[in-house]
Design a protein around this ligand. Structure first.
Ligand SMILES: *Cc1c(COP(=O)(O)O)cnc(C)c1O
Length: 355
């Protein structure tokens, strides 16, 4: 039976990305050696990292004066690396979910943290509006897509202080005005590649301002200066990112990804709103195009498990909601197909008809 992968992360990748990466793992560029057993210092791997960086700059239209860095450690390492490099005295954070909260916790190790707004009291079912940022904050940190709760900030905010964003679960799903940010970071395993690499885009002139000794490996300048080759980078994950970046470009770039994201989300949200069994969990205007969260309507609460079984029998994978929300979550990252969304909707309709 055909499987439709709605996993929240690590998540679905285009088949050709997986196949092309697998081929290079077996025989890298016809060398007779695996991608896993060559030196990262070889000319052939340098070409991989160069092309991946160039494609990131091209696809996101990264302006002059910014560097792209590949690091290990996941987005979670960035929760501390960002304040370590950018927090001078005080940083502002918008608390929109678990990941934002974890980022705040780490920032407190480096200075004062101001929570500009929070939707924690409402289980993060909306993006707070109408807040302001202290003018003396060194930066404002936001999480553009809240993977667990299914809310998203889909435009580049205008704020009075430098902006830093965790884009782990929506990077490359829409055009971004990078010039509005001092730093963007994203763990790869949601929307970009296999797990194991984190992409960081930093504004060069903002580095080296923090009043502390930064351990070599945590200083972004180390990796900017060495083109992410200070130490051994995650070779295979970077290769899979390259394949996916090529794929995104071939589809028409981030504009095409944006259109597709809207198309997929419309299909699924329309059905959630139409179907008497289900309801969405977040404020309509803040709905994420990447992680679509929904639960059973109260009067059908006992049908949650049966629907899960019904959908699983029909090939749906990974639609169980995060434990802090319950219900269901259909993650629709770049590789998700309209066909997959239609298959999920067909399941919901069929189940409704027999309920
Ligand atoms: C998954 C996720 C993280 C954590 O990523 P790791 O790479 O596992 O550390 C952080 N932020 C967001 C928005 C995420 O979706």
């Amino acid at each position: 039976m055909k499987k439709y992968n709605f996993n929240a992360g690590p998540s679905m990748l285009p088949r050709e990305v997986i196949e092309n990466t697998a081929k290079q793992i077996l025989d890298f560029n016809g060398s007779g050696l695996s991608l896993m057993e060559i030196s990262h210092r070889t000319k052939d791997f340098q070409a991989v990292i160069d092309e991946a960086m160039a494609l990131i700059k091209e696809l996101l239209d990264v302006p002059q004066g910014y560097s792209v860095v590949f690091l290990g450690g996941g987005a979670s390492l960035q929760f501390m690396q960002v304040p370590c490099n950018f927090l001078i005295k005080k940083a502002a954070y918008l608390n929109t979910g678990v990941w934002a909260k974890k980022a705040m916790k780490e920032a407190k190790l480096f200075g004062e943290v101001v929570e500009v707004a929070s939707s924690a009291d409402a289980n993060y079912t909306f993006i707070p509006k109408g807040w302001s940022v202290p003018v003396d904050a060194d930066y404002l940190h936001i999480t553009t897509n809240n993977t667990i709760y299914g809310t998203e900030i889909r435009k580049d905010l205008d704020v009075n202080v430098p902006l830093i964003a965790d884009m782990s679960s929506d990077i490359f799903s829409r055009p971004v005005d990078v010039s509005k940010y001092d730093c963007i970071y994203a763990g790869a395993q949601k929307n970009l590649a296999m797990a194991g690499v984190t992409v960081i885009i930093v504004k060069d002139e903002k580095l080296g301002k923090a009043p502390r000794e930064i351990p070599t490996m945590l200083d972004y300048r180390t990796h900017v200066d060495k083109g992410s080759m200070f130490n051994t980078p995650p070779v295979v994950p970077i290769y899979s990112a390259l394949e996916n970046l090529r794929w995104i470009k071939k589809q028409g770039g981030v504009e095409a990804m944006d259109k597709l994201a809207q198309q997929r989300a419309e299909i699924v949200y329309n059905e959630i709103d139409r179907n008497k069994l289900f309801k969405g969990t977040v404020a309509a205007e803040d709905r994420s195009l990447m992680n679509i969260c929904f639960v059973m309507n109260e009067e059908y609460a006992e049908l949650e498990k049966p629907f899960m079984e019904f959908a699983t029998e029909r090939g749906m994978v990974g639609i169980k909601g995060h434990r802090s929300v319950g219900g269901f979550r259909a993650s629709c990252y770049n590789a998700q197909t309209v066909e997959g969304c239609n298959a999920l909707v067909a399941c919901m309709k069929e189940f409704e008809a027999k309920a």
